[in-house]
Write a protein that binds this ligand. Structure first.
Ligand code: SF4
Length: 216
């Protein structure tokens, strides 16, 4: 399957999803940490609890009582570890001058700073870079690897080729990159699950995996 066709199908099925679903850039940072090793549905519950507890900004996280954070983010799983990560990462960003200061950094400086924070892996780093700081990044998560592999766009579902990632980031606009990741997450949630629902998937008829399993 060609990448252009893949995008065309996603666009006609999902349109513009206005991804990332958050009200502020600081909420993006919080959500990017909470989403580690869990589904988006669980993150939504945890974010809702944080809002109810009036913990909405990085400063709020730094100043809030640990126990309140822990209780609020419980639905996102690994909540003890995530509480420590949230406090540590928020503290480091606030110390640095907040997101405003991060916006002044070059891509290289940003990547170095975010990558140096305990608990920020590549996916979290790139989610923050694109969705909180407006840098052109194609976020590769488990859905991306699975879907690109099954549709035949990449050969290995554990390794996304750097050359393809660079090409996508070069070719697509920031808005297109924003949306593409959201569409991929939705395709992964709706159809391309561990047990895929190929019959109902908009990629059916084009996807390598689906063609293989429906061979006569
Ligand atoms: S057709 Fe099946 S394997 Fe292909 S993307 Fe859709 S759900 Fe995944």
């Amino acid at each position: 399957m060609k990448f252009e066709k893949f995008r065309q199908i996603l666009d006609s099925h999902y349109g513009n999803l206005h991804w990332w679903p958050a009200d502020t850039e600081e909420e993006v940072v919080i959500g990017a940490i909470l989403t580690q090793n869990t589904s988006w549905k669980n993150v939504e519950k945890a974010m809702e609890n944080l809002k109810q507890a009036h913990i909405l900004t990085l400063n709020d996280i730094v100043n809030a009582d640990r126990e309140r954070i822990r209780n609020a983010i419980r639905p996102s799983g690994f909540y003890n570890q995530k509480t420590e990560r949230l406090i540590n990462i928020s503290g480091k960003i606030v110390e640095k001058g907040g997101l405003r200061a991060l916006r002044e950094m070059t891509d290289r400086e940003l990547s170095y700073f975010l990558g140096s924070l305990k608990g920020v892996g590549k996916e979290t780093e790139e989610s923050i870079m694109i969705y909180a700081l407006g840098r052109k990044r194609f976020v590769v998560d488990k859905y991306t690897l699975r879907i690109f592999n099954r549709t035949g766009l990449i050969e290995d579902d554990t390794d996304f080729p750097k050359s393809l990632k660079n090409e996508i980031e070069r070719k697509l606009s920031l808005e297109e990159l924003n949306n593409l990741h959201g569409q991929i997450v939705n395709l992964g949630k709706d159809f391309c699950r561990t047990q895929p629902i190929c019959k109902k998937c908009p990629m059916a008829g084009e996807c390598d995996y689906e063609k293989e399993i429906t061979l006569p």
